[in-house]
Design a protein around this ligand. Structure first.
Ligand SMILES: Nc1ncnc2c1ncn2[C@@H]1O[C@H](COP(=O)(O)OP(=O)(O)OP(=O)(O)O)[C@@H](O)[C@H]1O
Length: 309
């Protein structure tokens, strides 16, 4: 059976809220909602790309930290589960990861690690095959766990795995925005196209935000966007916005070797300035609408007061 098709049907079957698995670590969660208080804005952004090594984690970490440096409350979920590396990139030493949440051993808040500049990281766990092979119920449970946060962040960034797996599709479909990281290699463009095709055809994702990584200049970045949107415009009903670009920067590699984010270590470097600009652009994106979600979505339980709370 086609994997994406199977997942799509499973998702349709799960759309009724009562059929969803309960969030692990369930606490007195929806108290805010029950008390009639609207919860603050939260914007979920999934970072994907299809191909491995294009810079998804790099973009997720540095964009997240740039938003945090701009004064926002930001969480970063490492959803490359089983092969997670955000904690390594930031020199963090987690004692627990998302697997403990799924086992009901702790709540989501217990997993939060504070990285430099106030960025909060949820570690995805490394070396656990079980996490890498999680089924849709597991992914849905993770997504629903964010409804339980007593203090949701203003931005949630989700770093995804390489490839076109159920996990990537589900985390992308659950977000308000999908950032596609693309670099100037044929395989990066074809993999990004394949991801767009599946997400639009099977999951109803219509808008994508493309970030060109490891390019020389804006002209090269825009050319890359042109290549991707030309073929997508022809065959798919999607919009691919050009959202920014990050230069190839040796400083960024040096920062990675020091287990730090370049925006923290060298805020005046070319790549750090690009991330700052990207963060400013993200901040202009429309605020997500929460009312009437009929899909499994991050903060999907957060409904506007007019819609019943
Ligand atoms: N703008 C950049 N300039 C220079 N090097 C970069 C840049 N972005 C990423 N890299 C290099 O590419 C490597 C891969 O980046 P990263 O781990 O973020 O990719 P990924 O898409 O998350 O990979 P995977 O899919 O395997 O998890 C980094 O270790 C870094 O050395």
């Amino acid at each position: 059976m086609d994997q994406a098709w199977g997942l799509k049907n499973m998702l349709s079957a799960m759309v009724g809220r009562q059929e969803l698995p309960p969030a692990p670590g369930h606490q007195a969660s929806s108290l805010l909602a029950a008390a009639g208080q609207p919860r603050p804005r939260c914007h979920a952004i999934t970072v994907a790309g299809g191909k491995g090594g294009v810079g998804k984690s790099t973009v997720a970490v540095n964009l997240g930290m740039s938003l945090s440096m701009a004064g926002h409350e930001v969480m970063l979920l490492d959803a490359d589960m089983g092969l997670a590396n955000v904690d390594v990139l930031l020199g963090l030493a987690p004692s627990r990861h998302i697997g403990h949440l799924l086992d009901g051993e702790c709540g989501l808040e217990d997993l939060l690690l504070t990285a430099p500049r106030g960025l909060q990281v949820i570690p995805g766990g490394s070396g656990a095959r079980r996490l890498a092979q999680l089924d849709s119920n597991g992914h849905a449970a993770i997504i629903r766990a964010f409804d339980e946060l007593t203090r949701p962040p203003q931005y949630l960034l989700v770093d995804t795995a390489a490839g076109l797996t159920d996990s990537v599709a589900m985390f992308a479909a659950a977000a308000d925005d999908v950032v596609l990281v693309v670099c100037d290699e044929p395989a990066s463009i074809t993999d990004a196209y394949a991801l767009i095709k599946v997400l639009s055809r099977d999951f109803g994702v219509r808008r994508f935000r493309m970030v060109a990584n490891m390019v020389r200049n804006e002209g090269e970045a825009r050319q890359l966007h042109h290549k991707l949107s030309r073929v997508s415009d022809r065959f798919l009903e999607v919009v691919i916005n050009f959202s920014g670009w990050v230069p190839h920067d040796e400083r960024l590699r040096q920062a990675i070797r020091r287990q730090s984010a370049v925006v923290d270590l060298w805020p005046s470097s070319r790549s750090a300035l690009a991330f700052k600009q990207l963060a400013s652009a993200v901040d202009t994106w429309a605020e997500p609408e929460r009312a009437g979600h009929d899909r499994i979505a991050f903060f999907g339980n957060r409904v506007t007061p007019a819609a019943g709370y």
